[in-house]
Design a protein around this ligand. Structure first.
Ligand code: PGA
Length: 256
């Protein structure tokens, strides 16, 4: 796991944008796993400004609320359209998002897994992290081998996401999400976290034991993970001196 600590969220986002842009330029038909929430907003903004060619890319989003239509302003369909897809030349037929309105949710989740497989697997998966360590909507105690499926949100996540819905009681209880097993099969994970409220979850994920009580800790078993943090999100890590030295002294062949 590579831990990159930058002075600000803006600087950490720039590092992440450089990494994503590098992959898009190197492999124009790459498969990207995309995330929603506040954390990747600046990244999407920066990627749009880079005017990259998205025409051959395929994308898969991590998750969606159940019972919310793609037109609902709080759906992740809308989020992606508003913040990224309408600003780039992605082919919408190649931009995949789970269907929270599917009649048969297990079948639609299985189909999503099949689509990822048929696309050749995900080259780069963007991830945020919940204050409880969730990735995607894999809440605490999610199976570390889980696949795409329906999940029930914890009270903490519903509270955290109330800001998007105006009040907590409007936040759906159920979601569909790629599983931790699905995420672990991607070729490269890029996790972003900013702010003091993420510091404990980040420290437990990176330096704590692997446990479903912090689902992001499963990334310790992934062969290629890049974590981009601002100072506040890195503030509870123990080995910050080591991470900084490693990043500042990377041999040329190891650069992003
Ligand atoms: P946030 O959410 O980016 O809005 O903080 C992250 C997450 O819950 O995964």
């Amino acid at each position: 796991m590579e831990i990159i600590i930058q002075p600000t969220a803006e600087a950490a986002t720039s590092v992440a944008a450089g990494l994503v842009a590098g992959i898009i330029r190197e492999k124009p038909a790459a498969v990207l796993g995309l995330a929603t929430g506040n954390t990747p907003l600046m990244l999407y903004h920066e990627l749009v400004a880079m005017k990259l060619d998205w025409s051959k890319l395929t994308t898969f989003n991590l998750d969606e609320y159940v019972g919310i239509s793609p037109q609902h302003p709080r759906s992740y369909h809308c989020f992606m359209w508003d913040n990224l897809f309408q600003h780039v030349n992605v082919s919408i037929k190649n931009a995949n998002i789970l269907d929270g309105m599917a009649k048969n949710i297990p079948a639609s989740c299985e189909n999503y897994e099949r689509k990822i497989f048929s696309a050749g697997g995900i080259d780069l998966q963007l991830l945020g992290i919940g204050t409880d360590g969730h990735i995607g909507f894999n809440e605490q105690t999610s199976s570390l081998a889980s696949r795409t499926r329906i999940k029930t949100l914890t009270p903490q996540t519903r509270k955290d996401n109330a800001r998007f819905f105006g009040s907590e009681d409007k936040v759906p209880h159920h979601v569909v999400t790629m599983g931790i097993g699905t995420i672990l099969e991607t070729r490269h994970c890029l996790l972003l976290a900013f702010g003091k409220n993420k510091a404990r979850a980040v420290a437990e994920a990176v330096e704590g034991p692997i446990t479903s009580m912090n689902p992001a800790s499963a990334l310790q078993m992934h062969p290629k993970v890049t974590v981009c943090l601002d100072e506040a999100a890195a503030s509870e890590l123990k080995l910050t001196g080591y991470y900084r030295w490693v990043y500042d002294n990377k041999p040329d062949w190891q650069k992003l």
